[in-house]
Design a protein around this ligand. Sequence first.
Ligand code: GLN
Length: 499
Amino acid sequence: MATTSASSELTLDQIQTFEGKYPKQLWYLFFSEMWERFAFYGMRGMLIIFMENRLHITEKAANLQYGATQAFVYTLAFVGGMFADKILGYRKSIFWGGFLMIIGSFILGFAPEKLFYYGISFTIVGTGFFKPNISTMVGGLYKPDDPRRDAGFGLFYSGINFGALFGGILCVWIGKFYSWNLAFSLAGIVMTLSLFIFVFTKKTLGPIGISPLVNKIAPSRILVYDIMVYLGSILVIPLILILVSNTDYTDMVMYTFGPLALIYIIYETLKYKGAERAKLIAAIIFILFSIIFWAFFEQAGGSLALFAEHNLNNSVVGLKIDPNVINNSSNSFFVILFSPFVGLLWLWLNKKKIEPNTVVKFGLGFIFLAMAYYIFYYTRFFADSNGITSLNIFTIAYLVITIGELCLSPIGLSLMTKLAPQRLHAMMMGLWFLASAYGQYVAGLLGAGMATADDHAPLMTKLISYTDGYKQLSIYALIAGVVLIIISPLLRKLMHDVH
Ligand code: GLN
């Protein structure tokens, strides 16, 4: 990769040889991503409530449409990553994605009932261009072998969760109690802030994120390609609109898109030889495991939300808090609390030369996941005769699942930037998020499988039904963790110099 460019002041080398724990550019990306996640999780929190209360969609249809939006957001991250790698570069992709998200949010702010599906379709496509590419840029701040990279992604991850926590709480609160127009517009305002921060600080990023076509083809041709991508993405919006409003199509898309993406990445992998190919294979294995992780983890938006609504009391450490608020916010809260420590712990262990390798960290992620679901299961032993159980124990399970997430998710982002060759960085990041799309999708199926057939069954029956499901998930998570540890020598061989 070129280390200088006409338009930048800093060279790549100057950026990557920073002193201290974090490069200063990480903070700029941190704040851009924080506001983007504020808008995203704000929107996510509002969706299902708005659909039920204002659009008067049935609970089942609302659940399915909610699942479809989540699945499409992360599916499009793969497409957004691919276009960034090949044509736009990360910067223009982020700008374009942010711009579409702003339009989407303001459409919703303007006429939430009438233009609902238009608004969310804009935000879905916009997020696809924004989300994977900002994460990829974090990777660009580090030299390939810099041990500070995982800690950097850890910090970036707390930015994500600051945004998620405040957006998730504020937008829903404003929407429910004041005005939906204002709440959706707020997402647009903070997204504008995100983009401002990005635009005003991007000069400090030197050559990171400029189009891969610069210096390869004439600027006028680059412009033509760029415009084609912009137009193409606008044309996709009506298609997304149809898909989200008719969830029967979601299954079809999920059945075809994933296998096609996998075939494509295998095709790209075969273009490489030796170590580069092996590393890509390792990346694909990690991605496949992450689908299982997210499928279990993402019960949060579905079955755990219903479990919280029906089967939990409202007392946590002596305070009266609505169990659904805990379900929506405790994960982000614990990430913010623990993420810096986990990042610094890895650095500290690295200095002592006893930092666990990535495969072990992934394995630990699954072990914590298994423990957390065992605790969700265990809540049944604290239930009263009406089937209402302890919010305290439920919150502890969230703490444990968050530690698992921190062992796997920030490291996964970091890993994608280490294992993929430069020209596939954003696409692999997109593939990582595509795994989240499938996670969301499978999570819905698992959740539906756990629900009692009768919506009006006694709460005790619901408690038993859900907690039985959580016990199963705990066992499967444990098996996945053990399989990872068993295949770790093979995986480590494939990873070559990446730890
Ligand atoms: N909570 C993280 C984020 O919003 C991870 C989401 C995911 O990959 N499923 O970025």
